[in-house]
Design a protein around this ligand. Structure first.
Ligand SMILES: Cc1cc2nc3c(=O)[nH]c(=O)nc-3n(C[C@H](O)[C@H](O)[C@H](O)COP(=O)(O)OP(=O)(O)OC[C@H]3O[C@@H](n4cnc5c(N)ncnc54)[C@H](O)[C@@H]3O)c2cc1C
Length: 424
């Protein structure tokens, strides 16, 4: 066969593009209803990905997926809390999720994405989805405004066409459909960049704090680091800052700083993190990503749905990306199952989950804006409004779909400027 030969495949109920957590969740929950689901993943084998810390509220999607026992049996470190360090290196009291809700859902995991994503992909397959790895989708096929299938390069080099009643775009930041239809709005106030890597052998806290996510400000508060404990004695470490500050305005006398030099410079300004890594070994050259905060202006159209990062992403700070990818996968699957029952694949039917999904995302977004307000501090806020403690821990836990957390934003607006709601 020549590379250019094309193959026309049979037709499916649903075609899911992308086998990340969002795509695998959607595929599993539709396939288990007996519908014909094809999931196409570009990578031939599991790859390194950033985004390793879960929010506790992922528990409820994992429960529906039937993977709680697999996670309990895994070697992923258990995460009971998140802890913030100020620019002077002072630690806040950890925010323990179980203090808010003493249920097993108040503990979660820090995951190696190659293993975690594969576990969810296997689960989708076990529930009946057909999974093809090594298929890179180039194009969503439209009949007028209605999505009817996809075209892509298959593992054997041939071009394949796959037809379906619904096309789910869960391609992560590739965001195939929203880029093509120009649906994306970037968050102008969140134009950030990040530089990250893994270390082996860093110092960890002990006992219940061993698996905690640490969020550590640098001295100037121009950037912050995450520290996420992983299996194999690894720790994921990354720095986030304004794009201009972190990447564009960095010079030294004899030219531009390398990404590694910038990372090292920022680490030197992070008094609470540096000592934890003194004897640790960096495992691979730093990686860089930028301009990752955006959102599409709709979740669905005729015959298509957006899930996870393919719809939007807020910011790394509260580890909400995986939670929102899983949650939107779950909500999209419910709407698509309904659509298949009714044989109604209109934008209106497929987009039903959008307003509820975005309302939860909006609560996290507001807290992201508070975090980036330089003179705002959660400590001072809670001193003044102690009744808001519950609402803050609810948002940090991801309890934005089960609980009304909006009560904290009135008081918070007295201490920092919060954004207007972004609506669909
Ligand atoms: C710096 C940074 C740090 C982060 N840290 C965290 C964190 O600690 N916790 C957290 O919860 N989130 C974090 N995130 C966000 C998290 O990584 C994402 O929100 C999450 O991976 C989204 O899942 P997804 O399934 O939507 O997309 P992805 O995980 O990106 O999966 C998309 C899949 O689609 C495949 N694909 C792409 N294009 C095609 C194509 N054309 N054809 C076929 N397949 C395709 C890809 O190979 C990939 O497997 C972070 C993000 C950034 C930028």
């Amino acid at each position: 066969m020549q590379e250019t030969d094309s193959i026309q495949n049979e037709s499916y109920d649903v075609i899911v593009i992308g086998g990340g957590p969002g795509g695998s969740t959607t595929a599993a929950l539709i396939a288990e209803r007996g519908h014909r689901v094809l999931l196409l993943e570009r990578d031939q084998s599991p790859q390194f990905k950033i985004g390793e810390s879960l929010m506790p509220a992922t528990y409820w999607t994992f429960q529906r997926l039937g993977v709680i026992d697999k996670l309990k049996d895994s070697h992923f470190p258990k995460k009971y809390s998140v802890q913030f360090y100020s620019s002077s290196g002072k630690a806040s009291a950890p925010f323990y999720f179980y203090r808010n809700d003493p249920h097993e859902s108040s503990m979660t995991w820090q995951v190696l994405r190659s293993e975690f994503d594969q576990m969810l992909l296997d689960n989708a397959q076990e529930k009946g989805a057909e999974v093809q790895r090594g298929v890179s989708v180039h194009e969503v096929l439209f009949d007028g405004d209605k999505a009817v299938g996809v075209r892509g390069r298959c593992a054997d080099g041939r071009i394949g066409e796959f037809m379906g009643k619904v096309v789910v775009d869960s391609t992560g930041q590739s965001a195939l459909i929203s880029r093509r239809l120009r649906l994306n709005t970037t968050e102008q106030k969140l134009k950030k960049a990040s530089i990250f890597t893994h270390f082996e052998g860093g110092i960890r806290d002990e006992g219940i704090d061993e698996g905690a996510t640490l969020i550590l400000h640098t001295e100037s508060k121009d950037s912050w680091f995450w520290s996420i404990p992983l299996p194999y004695d690894r720790v994921s470490v990354g720095v986030v800052g304004d794009l201009d500050y972190l990447l564009q305005d960095r010079r030294k006398s004899d030219g531009t700083l390398s990404h590694q030099e910038i990372f090292d410079e920022e680490l030197a300004k992070c008094p609470a993190l540096q000592p934890r890594l003194t004897d640790a070994k960096q495992l691979f050259p730093v990686k860089v990503t930028k301009d990752f905060s955006y959102r599409a202006n709709r979740v669905a159209g005729d015959g298509w749905v957006l899930v996870g990062d393919a719809f939007g992403f807020l910011d790394p700070v509260y580890s909400s990306g995986l939670f929102l990818a899983l949650k939107s996968g779950e909500m999209a699957a419910d709407t698509i199952n309904q659509a298949l029952e009714k044989e109604d694949f209109s934008a209106e039917q497929l987009g039903r989950f959008g307003p509820d999904f975005v309302a939860g995302m909006e609560a996290i977004r507001k807290l992201v804006y508070a975090f980036y307000t330089k003179d705002f501090s959660f400590g001072r806020f809670l001193q003044r409004f102690p009744d808001c403690q519950q609402g803050i821990v609810d948002i940090l836990s991801g309890n934005v779909y089960r609980t009304d957390v909006t009560g904290i934003f009135g008081p918070m607006a007295e201490m920092c400027s919060l954004p207007e709601d972004m609506r669909l």
